[in-house]
Design a protein around this ligand. Structure first.
Ligand code: SAM
Length: 518
């Protein structure tokens, strides 16, 4: 079809949501290749550690209340690439093993709309140890409609009322990608905002996922009395908005709230929600708000999560809600305890206090942005400190290898030892993503420059194994030197042979080989 084509929709039913759904379902994990969907801010080891601390606090609280015998189920919604789940679970296990205290057993369930994500997680090498231990399972779960969870690993279906422990829900960068209603509040009246979608020429010959970048949106509101009726589930928060707001657009998370309610029903004892998003919990942020703009990430988009509405609805039902007293810059982390006597969960609340409120993922991310720009002026102690703050994050190491290399000549023994320990810790918790990076090569070369030949050899050999088709000749040369330093003369000759097979004029290799053979 050609010519401009315009159609009117209710906001939550506009085709943009179908396009987004199709994008995630079709792309699966490739959505995270080349950072199409941002992931660092929401899935780095620092934020995952904060999640693990809150979940660990919750396990302690349950044990202290005498509910230690039933397992706790942790369900992550829209787990995407799986990096947050991996780091959170790793840290949770570390805390459990370090503390050695009696806790309820737990199982972490990674879920997503895209079945291809579920299949990819089942195969992911970093997740195998957790599934073998029986603490990780997977399920396809569509937040828009599903009411049960079928765990594919253990072949168990969790239905209404099955869980005796409260369910722990993790919703990370999630509420802002699922459909929301759009309301306009003015003159004490609730209006629903409809969206006009303007299609480009030849839109019906386009791939659905290409369309998102090209369709135009405009809005028009109409009176909507259904939100004010006695029978409407979220009438109280709507009444509050009616009273408090004027000339304001509100994204209203009906799908998100309904999803929480469906998950709530799986347990006999409520839920703990741990969530992070680009989202506002303060009413002030919604006052006089303009109609939203879609923030496009390649071929997907996100809006803003309305944590205010979620907090309001559950507080009215007796929950406690924790959000930071300070304003956030990029990511807002919240925790809602929809539990019997929620204030009697001190370890959960303390974990929130220590790992979010005092200094949390939002502050960390702001500093990371600054550090990225100032790496060239940082010394080794500052690099090591920030790396430790970020829980030995691979991304930070990758970004700072050049600077580290330039500092190696003046490094003392203690820094050298700490850098080696850091590289080992980073490697032991490295989660390979679609956007592959040869981390082992970077680690091996830095260690080589530090004259740590044994460790360097280990990483360079991993790099060769994993990147067989793209081995750089220098790697063989470094390996030959490592072997000579370790008195492995035959291996050194073999690496030089491989190097000369790739580059038969490599003068240093020829000289070294003839020196060995003499
Ligand atoms: C923006 S990504 C966030 C991924 C991950 N939580 C993170 O923090 O990086 C949103 C995820 O939600 C999933 N998703 C989208 N719509 C969904 C739905 N209706 N039900 C369940 N998952 C959905 C997508 O497949 C995608 O993995």
């Amino acid at each position: 079809m050609t010519g401009n084509h315009k159609q009117r929709y209710r906001f939550s039913e506009a085709p943009i949501w179908d396009l987004q759904r199709q994008y995630y379902e079709e792309e699966g994990l490739t959505a995270w290749r080349n950072d199409q969907v941002p992931q660092y801010i929401t899935s780095n080891p620092m934020i995952a550690t904060a999640y693990a601390e809150m979940i660990f606090g919750f396990l302690q609280d349950r044990a202290n209340k005498g509910y230690g015998s039933e397992p706790v189920t942790i369900v992550e919604l829209g787990a995407g690439a799986g990096r947050l789940a991996y780091h959170a679970l790793l840290e949770l296990c570390r805390l459990r093993d370090y503390a050695g205290i009696a806790l309820p057993a737990f199982r972490y369930v990674m879920t997503d709309l895209a079945m291809s994500n579920v299949r990819a997680w089942m195969e992911h090498p970093a997740l195998q140890a957790f599934t073998a231990e029986g603490i990780l399972d997977f399920a396809r779960f569509d937040a828009i409609q599903d009411t049960t969870l079928h765990l594919v690993q253990s072949d168990v279906t969790i239905r209404s009322g099955d869980l005796q422990q409260p369910i722990v829900i993790v919703a990370n960068y999630f509420f802002d990608v699922i459909p929301q209603e759009l309301l306009y509040i003015d003159d004490g009246q609730i209006n629903e905002v409809d969206v006009y979608v303007e299609y480009p020429d030849h839109y019906d010959s386009m791939k659905p996922t290409e369309l998102l970048n090209q369709i135009g949106l405009s809005y028009e509101h109409r009176r909507a009395t259904e939100y004010e009726q006695e029978s409407y589930s979220y009438r109280d928060v709507i009444a509050f908005y009616k009273e408090q707001l004027e000339d304001s657009h509100i994204l209203f998370p009906v799908v998100g709230l309904d999803c929480l309610e469906r998950l709530n029903k799986l347990s006999q004892n409520g839920f703990l929600l741990v969530t992070a998003d680009k989202g506002y919990h303060l009413l002030d942020n919604w006052k006089y708000a303009e109609a939203p703009e879609l923030v496009l990430h390649g071929r997907s988009f996100s809006l803003t999560a309305n944590y205010h509405a979620i907090e309001y609805v559950y507080k009215q039902r007796g929950a406690a809600a924790l959000f930071p007293p300070q304003h956030h810059q990029d990511i807002n982390v919240g925790c809602i305890l929809h539990l019997d006597q929620p204030m009697s969960y001190p370890q959960t609340r303390l974990a929130y206090h220590r790992f979010i409120e005092r200094f949390g993922p939002d502050e960390f991310y702001s500093m990371k942005v600054w550090v990225d720009r100032h790496l060239e002026s940082m010394d080794m102690q500052q690099i090591l400190s920030f790396w430790r703050l970020g829980r030995y994050d691979a991304e930070f190491f990758i970004q700072s290898t050049q600077r580290i290399s330039s500092l190696i000549p003046e490094m003392n023994d203690e820094d050298t030892q700490d850098l080696l320990t850091g590289i080992q810790r980073m490697w032991s918790s490295y989660y390979v993503m679609e956007q592959r990076y040869d981390l082992a090569l970077d680690a091996g070369l830095v260690l080589f420059e530090m004259s740590m030949y044994e460790a360097s050899k280990r990483f360079l050999e991993i790099s060769i194994r994993e990147e067989q088709d793209e081995v750089v000749p220098t790697v063989y040369y470094c390996l030959a030197i490592c072997c000579l330093e370790l008195e492995l003369v035959e291996e050194a000759s073999s690496y030089l042979g491989k190097l000369l097979a790739l580059d038969r004029d490599h003068e240093e290799a020829m000289a070294l080989l003839s020196a060995i053979q003499e």
